[in-house]
Design a protein around this ligand. Structure first.
Ligand SMILES: CC(C)(COP(=O)(O)OP(=O)(O)OC[C@H]1O[C@@H](n2cnc3c(N)ncnc32)[C@H](O)[C@@H]1OP(=O)(O)O)[C@@H](O)C(=O)NCCC(=O)NCCS
Length: 176
């Protein structure tokens, strides 16, 4: 998808994965204590292969792989589609985001997330993006908060649900 930001002389990019570059992203790891919050990248890549409406990006700093992200667009068959009071169909869901342990804290996560939101905003009928996350020690809640994802005060699949609305005219979602 191209350049999403710069850090000094370093160019940060979201990259499409292919048979030539995927291995560099497959092996990226978070800090050991963060492993409870995100699936391994090999799992994400396997899952992506079976998703109908999904997008997978590598996150690169210069030529170096530093992270991985996956987004899926939900439909009526989605596991969350029956959730009462929640607009689900055609809305994007950030299914996975990770920055490798050694590359965290440099703003790559926020740069990637903002660009993913800009991409998702162009999807027909999308007016918000959801994410869920675990709540144990070292959870990414503060990161999402800083990136404009507010808690909806409820849980999906045992994880805290957050949302970032794209357009001001979107019907605000009430917290519970
Ligand atoms: C969460 C994660 C993607 C953040 O990536 P990152 O590149 O380190 O984050 P950034 O440097 O862009 O940080 C952006 C802001 O969030 C804050 N932040 C990031 N991680 C944080 C954490 N664990 N706790 C508190 N604040 C955090 C930063 O301090 C920064 O705040 P600022 O507004 O004061 O600048 C990364 O830590 C990670 O991969 N964690 C493990 C996997 C995970 O939990 N993924 C999410 C699954 S739902």
């Amino acid at each position: 998808m191209g350049v999403i930001g710069r850090r000094g002389n370093e160019v940060i990019r979201l990259v499409d994965l292919n048979k030539h570059n995927y291995m560099g992203y497959l092996n990226l790891k978070v800090q050991p204590e963060q492993e409870q919050h995100v699936s391994p990248n090999v799992f994400t890549m396997a899952q992506f292969a079976f998703e109908d409406r999904a997008k997978l990006w590598g996150i690169a700093a210069g030529e170096e792989p530093v992270g991985l992200a996956m987004l899926r667009v939900m439909d009526a068959s989605d596991e969350f589609s029956g959730t009462v009071g929640l607009k689900i169909v055609d809305q994007p869901f950030l299914g996975r985001l990770m920055i490798a342990a050694a590359s965290q804290g440099r703003g790559y996560g926020r740069l990637a997330l903002n660009q993913i939101c800009s991409w998702a905003e162009q999807l027909p009928d999308a007016d918000r993006i959801y994410v869920t996350h675990t709540e144990g020690q070292g959870n990414p809640g503060t990161f999402y908060e800083r990136c404009g994802f507010r808690s909806l005060g409820r849980h999906l699949g045992g994880e805290l649900l957050r949302c970032r609305e794209f357009k001001s005219e979107a019907t605000p979602i009430k917290e519970r």
